[in-house]
Design a protein around this ligand. Structure first.
Ligand code: SIN
Ligand code: FE
Length: 304
């Protein structure tokens, strides 16, 4: 079968990908599919849409080159407020690139709201990115190396428990898949790395906030999530031997997951569009599945 996950030596029966036969960003979807999608997404699976492609106009095809990056950032990023960064383009060309990314942002929102209508009010659009640089061979320090399995947690962006969901679409024009590894469930990973993770001090968090090093105040939850992120990335044995599958997301495919929950690594590929959403834990169908609630139940106290 074309889209079957390729087992790695330590696959251990992982059931990490749920496939949906959706061909249209605007739906409509069946009730059965919606239930399936919210259940799979919240339980930490990747929703995979092999036949949902994001079409570019002829003019936009010209953006499929690493030259659109400014060479300093690996991604072109667009804030919901309209600020664009990371590109070498200016003027009319920059405007056209922005329009493409805004169209993707709108399509991604339509898809998520169609799949899980109860998210609609709470779903907050964060940044959109275009990733025109080949992953393979890119230099990065271990902590910044996204070819290593990790959950997303960012030192400068405290989430205070709120979810990070990402929609990806592979727009590679040469048919090159984006190769991910998807790892073990969050609970298993947390059990391994939580003992070495720290909740951090309130004073330290307040100073980081005052100095503008963090956007808002880092909570105990954020410190623990950074501990899980760093702990996994820095553990060579874990990277090599923990349960994981390799999954090549084909060109022309789309996928969605909670990247603060799904252990993921991107090993190869070029040209993807990505939309980040944030969501309050209480807007989930089952908030108990949120990393915040899982970590709180292990620690035995509130973390935000
Ligand atoms: C990541 O979130 O770690 C990278 C995902 C990608 O660019 O495919
Ligand atoms: Fe990531």
């Amino acid at each position: 079968m074309r889209h079957r996950a390729q087992p790695l030596p330590h696959e251990a029966g992982l059931d990490a990908i749920r496939t949906f036969d959706v061909t249209d960003w605007g739906g409509p979807l069946s009730a059965g599919m919606r239930d399936d999608a919210s259940n799979a997404l919240e339980s930490g699976k990747v929703l995979f849409f092999p036949h949902l492609s994001f079409a570019l106009t002829d003019e936009e095809q010209a953006f499929l080159t690493p030259e659109v990056s400014n060479g300093k950032s690996k991604n072109v990023s667009l804030k919901p407020s309209g600020g664009m960064g990371g590109t070498s383009l200016a003027g009319q060309q920059a405007g056209a690139l922005k329009a493409m990314m805004q169209r993707f942002a709108a399509a991604a929102r339509d898809l998520v709201c169609d799949l899980i209508p109860s998210y609609t009010q709470a779903l907050e659009a964060a940044q959109t990115s275009f990733r025109p640089v080949e992953i393979e061979g890119r230099e990065a320090s271990p902590i910044h190396d996204d070819t290593r399995l990790h959950v997303d947690a960012f030192p400068s962006r405290p989430m205070a428990g709120r979810r990070i969901m990402r929609v990806f679409s592979n727009i590679n024009p040469h048919g090159k898949p984006r190769l991910w590894h998807v790892g073990e469930p969050f609970e298993a990973m947390a059990q391994r790395f939580l003992p070495q993770s720290r909740e951090g001090s309130r004073l330290h968090a307040a100073i980081l906030g005052l100095l503008g090093i963090t956007k808002g105040t880092r909570t105990a939850y954020d410190s623990l999530m950074l501990g899980l992120h760093d702990g996994a990335k820095l553990d060579e044995t874990y990277q090599r031997t923990s349960p994981q599958i390799a999954f090549p997301f084909p060109a022309g495919a789309t996928w969605i997951c909670y990247t603060d929950q799904v252990m993921h690594a991107a090993l190869a590929g070029q040209f993807v569009l990505e939309q980040t959403f944030h969501l309050d834990v209480n807007a989930m169908v089952e908030p108990a599945r949120a990393p915040l609630r899982v970590l709180e139940s292990v620690r035995g106290h509130a973390l935000i």
